[in-house]
Write a protein that binds this ligand. Structure first.
Ligand SMILES: [Zn+2]
Ligand SMILES: [Zn+2]
Length: 177
């Protein structure tokens, strides 16, 4: 059930942030959806349609559903694709990258759980990018300033257990637009 509640944090937080900062300002609602197939590149067709990428890496925790093993990681990769588009709503797609449990040592990928304040900081940052890159707003505030990184001691990153490392996209800050 942890997986479902952590997904709701993203959807609920995005809903209220977009309402205040996008919908009321620009008369268009934005919707966040999960998509576990996102990559860190856009096709020419996607670029033509106005898709953009925001990628970051943040702290999150994991709980193995099989053995209850719990661990923290300071390098959990998130890829967002976002598009203003011509339809009634703007779209944000999110792929959080998973990690494998070292105790179980199987192919079971566990989804990360982010703290609410981290989810809020990540989404505030994304919404500033949407305002800047989709609506051409002049953003005075430096987008980097919104990054409150949370430092918690974690074990060294175990690349062979990290889905983002396997895909060669781990721990990057990357924007494509
Ligand atoms: Zn396990
Ligand atoms: Zn990694």
């Amino acid at each position: 059930m942890a997986r479902i509640s952590s997904r709701n944090i993203w959807i609920d937080t995005f809903y209220s942030l977009q309402k205040e900062h996008l919908e009321e300002r620009h008369r268009k609602r934005w919707v966040l959806q999960f998509n576990y197939r996102l990559v860190d590149k856009l096709t020419d067709d996607q670029k033509m349609k106005g898709w953009k990428i925001s990628q970051t890496a943040r702290h999150a925790s994991f709980t193995c559903l099989k053995c209850s093993n719990f661990w923290n990681s300071s390098r959990v990769t998130l890829i967002f694709h976002y598009c203003l588009g011509k339809t009634k709503t703007g779209t944000v797609l999110l792929r959080p990258f998973s990690q494998m449990c070292r105790q179980c040592n199987n192919d079971c990928f566990i989804n990360p759980t982010f703290k609410v304040e981290n989810v809020t900081a990540i989404l505030e940052n994304l919404i500033l990018k949407i305002r800047k890159n989709c609506y051409r707003e002049e953003i005075d505030r430096d987008i980097q300033d919104v990054k409150h990184r949370i430092y918690i001691r974690t074990k060294p990153h175990e690349r062979h257990l990290c889905e983002a490392c396997m895909d060669g996209v781990c721990n990057k800050d990357n924007d494509v637009f």
